[in-house]
Design a protein around this ligand. Structure first.
Ligand code: NAD
Ligand code: MG
Length: 389
């Protein structure tokens, strides 16, 4: 008898999370089939993946590459599309699980499309929740969608958070590796290069999130992400540096119990959890050997050296459009740093000056959020121009 396969769409298929997702699908081909795959510019890789997995639809974000995609898929029955409309179409197809693994605010509309048809959305794209957390969560409720956090910390919390007894939760504690510059002073970070910043000690990730980990903006975005995902107050979210990245996060209850989820730092564990949920599936990750690791250590965050975390917390407290502005400014600043047009330590100053220059009136709709994103990007570009003079 044929097992009915779970139908999966991967938005951002050529990225780090996308490829890890497809690695699990490849190893479990009797359980899963692929509906749509998307990428922004790696058209050859996208076409090869679409052929390998027998996708129904392949979408390239960069419209200038549609003709190439069509050529590469000629002779197959795979449909090709491009641009934002194509990305939304990919999310709209009837996959049961949509892996939202586009990086940045670019993932917002496609993720919202999957939510609005009531799909199970495995959410890696944390920037979506940061920019439009209230709206996204309202739509999740309104359309009966299921949101499964893929981010390792939130996936850990999801596994140990007793939602039926949320009032007995006192705290969630997000762990942070501290990134490649843990222990460094603010002054010593003035001259670090993109290559140093993306060399993460524990996790193998895309360039943008790697820089966010180095500035600790990643943890700031994750604090905001946790606030939207779980029924907790802003003041109940703590951050703790844990350099080994073995404890992926913790939940503390009123009786003093602290529940944690542990594992090797490999995204295939939280991805497998999201693909198989509510069941579990096997994942080819290195088994955790605590005896081999020997000791787990913890320390406070140095907010003087890593200002982005404090900025993100302030933006969360300010509410309204502040988190969306923070995110847009950070995306612009990180891109400038990666192309060596901005110093590492100036990422935080571009973000804070952009926040100061923009109106934080709360967005009422998705198009409002996208407008705020556009204005904040312009303001951040102005900040870059000032610094280049
Ligand atoms: P990545 O840069 O490796 O991949 C990003 C994917 O998005 C690629 O497929 C790319 O083609 C696509 N993309 C980029 N810009 C796009 C655009 N404008 N329009 C459409 N598609 C676009 O990134 P990643 O490391 O896989 O991260 C993806 C998301 O998951 C991010 O939001 C990140 O914060 C989150 N996340 C990643 C990890 C990790 O281990 N990599 C862990 C936790 C959360
Ligand atoms: Mg994370």
């Amino acid at each position: 008898m044929d097992i009915v396969k779970k139908r999966i769409t991967v938005l951002g298929a050529t990225g780090s999370v996308g490829l890890s997702t497809l690695d699990l699908v490849r190893r479990n081909s009797s359980k899963f089939s692929i509906v749509s795959l998307t990428a922004y510019s790696k058209v050859e890789e996208l076409a090869a993946l679409a052929v390998e997995f027998g996708a129904e639809l392949a979408v390239i974000g960069d419209e200038t590459k549609l003709a190439t995609l069509r050529n590469l898929l000629a002779g197959t029955s795979i449909e090709a599309a491009a641009g934002e409309g194509g990305l939304i179409e990919a999310a709209d197809r009837d996959a049961e699980v949509v892996m939202a693994a586009i990086v940045g605010a670019a993932g917002l509309r496609p993720t919202m499309a999957a939510v609005r048809r009531g799909a199970t959305v495995a959410l890696a794209n944390k920037e979506c929740l940061v920019c439009a957390g209230d709206l996204l969560m309202q739509e999740v409720k309104a359309h009966g969608a299921t949101l499964l956090p893929v981010d390792s910390e939130h996936n850990a919390i999801f596994q140990v958070f007793d939602v039926k007894r949320a009032s007995s939760v006192e705290k969630v504690i997000l762990t942070a590796s501290g990134g490649p510059f843990r222990g460094r002073s603010y002054d010593s970070l003035k001259s670090v290069t993109p290559a140093e910043a993306i060399a993460h000690p524990n996790w193998d990730m895309g360039a943008k999130i790697s820089v966010d980990s180095a500035t600790m903006m990643n943890k700031g975005l994750e604090v905001i992400e946790a606030y939207h995902l779980f029924p907790i107050k802003k003041s109940q979210i703590d951050v703790l540096v844990h350099p080994q990245s073995v404890i992926h996060s913790m939940v503390e209850y009123s009786d003093g119990s602290v529940l944690a989820q542990l594992g090797s730092p490999d995204m295939r564990t939280p991805i497998a959890y999201s693909l198989a949920w509510p069941e579990r599936m096997s994942a080819p990750v290195k088994r955790l050997s605590l005896a081999e690791i020997g000791s787990l250590t913890f320390e406070e965050v140095d907010l003087k050296a890593f200002r982005c975390l404090a900025l993100a917390r302030d933006a969360m407290e300010a509410g309204g459009a502040a988190p969306a502005i923070l995110n847009a400014a950070n995306e612009v600043a990180v891109a400038a740093f990666l192309s060596e047009k901005l110093r590492f330590v100036d990422i935080s100053s571009v973000v804070s000056d952009t926040l100061a220059a923009c109106d934080i009136k709360a967005p009422q709709s998705l198009s409002n959020v996208l407008e705020i994103d556009r204005i904040a990007r312009e303001a951040a570009e102005n900040q870059l121009a000032l610094r280049a003079q």
